[in-house]
Design a protein around this ligand. Structure first.
Ligand SMILES: N=c1c2ncn([C@@H]3O[C@H](COP(=O)(O)OP(=O)(O)OP(=O)(O)O)[C@@H](O)[C@H]3O)c2ncn1[C@@H]1O[C@H](COP(=O)(O)O)[C@@H](O)[C@H]1O
Length: 104
């Protein structure tokens, strides 16, 4: 599903649609996308501090969407992130410390 959304976002960059918010973000450019990511992060923090779980979910979805827009803007394939997450599985024993399980 995340791949499909990423593909749809990429398509909005090539095939600009006037009614599309995604196309609007690409037209505005990188600084606007980064501003939105910053805003969404702040909104997640506020929602979490208020213990508003419904709002946390919505704001996290907004952040995920804007991160995908950033990937598309930078022409980074979604596979790069999925592969990075896959490579980390089972190899990180604690925050900031990566260990290869086979070497333990
Ligand atoms: N997943 C999303 C998605 N998540 C969040 N948003 C938009 O992100 C914005 C975040 O809300 P804000 O209040 O922070 O921003 P805003 O005030 O609307 O906008 P700004 O003036 O701040 O730029 C809203 O306009 C949402 O509609 C999204 N816009 C589009 N998608 C998906 O992207 C695909 C392409 O959609 P179009 O952009 O409509 O072509 C479709 O699958 C959509 O469902």
């Amino acid at each position: 599903m995340i791949r499909e959304l990423y593909e749809e976002i990429c398509a909005r960059k090539i095939d600009v649609k006037p009614e599309s918010y995604t196309s609007y973000l690409f037209l505005k450019g990188e600084d606007k996308i980064l501003k939105k990511i910053g805003e969404e992060c702040t909104e997640i923090i506020v929602a979490a501090k208020n213990d508003d779980k419904e709002e946390i979910v919505k704001e996290l979805a907004d952040l995920a969407y804007h991160c995908l827009v950033l990937l598309a803007e930078k022409e980074i394939p979604i596979e790069a992130v999925l592969e990075e997450l896959h490579a980390r599985r089972g190899k990180i024993s604690k925050i900031g410390e990566r260990k290869v399980v086979d070497q333990l």
